[in-house]
Design a protein around this ligand. Structure first.
Ligand code: PLP
Length: 388
């Protein structure tokens, strides 16, 4: 689906669906239970854990934007990940990237340690490592592209082809780009998950997730497990997420426009030794990102000169960026992955993934770009003074 269509569908999904009063915006349904007309014949909705009209409205909207066959809204992004890996059996091999979100990494490694499935951690940008792991006939391959926090990109279509040859399912965590930036099901993936906490809700006030499947059968399986495991999200959260989703198009346009401007500032500043951003020509997967994505996203990572003192100077001098985890909200954020988002990873695993202590990650918001640039430049100038 084109970005034009994604923006329009995001606004229009579920509008004018209220048959009782003709409300433009769909009402919120909070009831936990529903009337049976006949005790032998359950209604469409019977109990709120299994189904709720407000939750389903969000799932349907995101499903449409991703071009899926059905979706489930969960109580968090990690609940969606838990839901998807619950499809695996103890002998199944799950392949994950070595540089995924720290919370996902913690979940995968700890479930594997308890024998829920077997695990292979690989650098998915390394073709040799990928070829070798496919020889072990994995049941599921997990992709996070762009990856968190180093923004590595993997070729979704190529990996799907390799996976199909061994009958493995491919799951893509599309949190960093949203369906406005990339639609992995169209490239051959079986399941897409989002932490809707991020760009989809976009206002940093709801924790949520969604899992979208490419077939009705898989969507039903996910829905069955979501009810069975009790992973589904709350109607209030669903209502707010649908509200946030409506502005996805204009928000992402502003996020990405601001990011391009800030990347220029970073590349040209002597306090920065390396910038990770798929839009830069020297990014190792720049051509792939151009081909696979509709935009380069609004997450930027970079390495600072010096060490801990310089990191402290930078974060202490930024006024327009909140020092906080998470991403994808309207407000700009700065984070130090090693001690914040990725502290759940063992130091060796972090270093192996390339997450150094001086790595800084920005989630670029939708404020005025001149204000952001001035603030970032001022803080980087202070870093230079500290480094003298
Ligand atoms: N996937 C990615 C890429 C993330 O960055 C996060 C959270 O930061 C998650 C999944 C987990 O989502 P949640 O925090 O909504 O559980």
């Amino acid at each position: 689906m084109s970005n034009r269509k994604v923006a329009t569908h995001a606004v229009r999904q579920g509008l004018e669906s209220d048959s009782q009063f003709g409300a433009v915006v769909p009402p919120i349904y909070l009831s936990t239970n529903y009337i049976f007309d006949d005790y032998r014949d359950p209604p469409q909705y019977d109990y709120g854990r299994g189904g709720n009209p407000t939750r389903n409205a969000v799932a349907d909207a995101i499903n449409k934007l991703e071009g899926g066959a059905g979706a489930v809204m969960t109580s968090s992004g990690l609940a969606s990940i838990t839901l998807v890996v619950s499809l695996l059996k103890s002998d199944d091999l799950l392949v994950i990237p070595h540089d995924c979100y720290g919370g996902s990494y913690r979940l995968f490694t700890n479930l594997a340690n308890k024998g829920h499935f077997k695990l292979a951690v690989v650098d998915q940008t390394n073709e040799q490592q990928l070829r070798a792991v496919f020889k072990d006939r994995p049941a599921m391959v997990w992709l996070e592209t762009p990856s968190n926090p180093l923004l590595r990109i993997v070729d979704i279509g190529a990996i799907c082809q390799q996976a199909k040859a061994v009958d493995a399912k491919v799951v893509v965590d599309n949190t960093f780009l949203s369906p406005f930036g990339q639609q992995p099901l169209q490239l051959g993936a079986d399941i897409v998950i989002h932490s809707t906490t991020k760009y989809i809700n976009g206002h940093s006030d709801v924790i949520g997730g969604v899992a979208i499947a490419n077939t009705e059968q898989l969507a039903e399986e996910l829905s069955w497990w979501a009810n069975t495991l009790g992973l589904t999200g709350s109607p209030f959260d669903g209502y707010l997420t649908l509200r946030g989703l409506r502005t996805l198009g204009p928000r992402i346009r502003q996020h990405t426009e601001n990011a391009q401007i800030l990347v220029e500032t970073l590349v040209n500043h002597p306090a920065v030794t390396k910038v990770y951003y798929p839009g830069l020509e020297d990014h190792p997967q720049h051509q792939l990102a151009k081909r696979q994505q509709n935009n380069f996203g609004a997450m930027i990572s970079f390495e600072l000169i010096g060490g801990e003192d310089e990191v402290a100077t930078l974060v202490g001098n930024l006024n327009e960026f909140c020092l906080a985890e998470s991403l994808g909200g309207v407000e700009s954020l700065v984070c130090v992955p090693a001690t914040m988002t990725h502290r759940a990873m063992a130091p060796e695993a972090r270093l192996e993934a390339g997450v150094k202590d001086t790595l800084i990650r920005l989630s670029v918001g939708i404020e005025d770009s001149q204000d952001l640039t001035a603030d970032l430049t001022h803080a980087l100038d202070k870093v230079l003074e500290t480094n003298k």
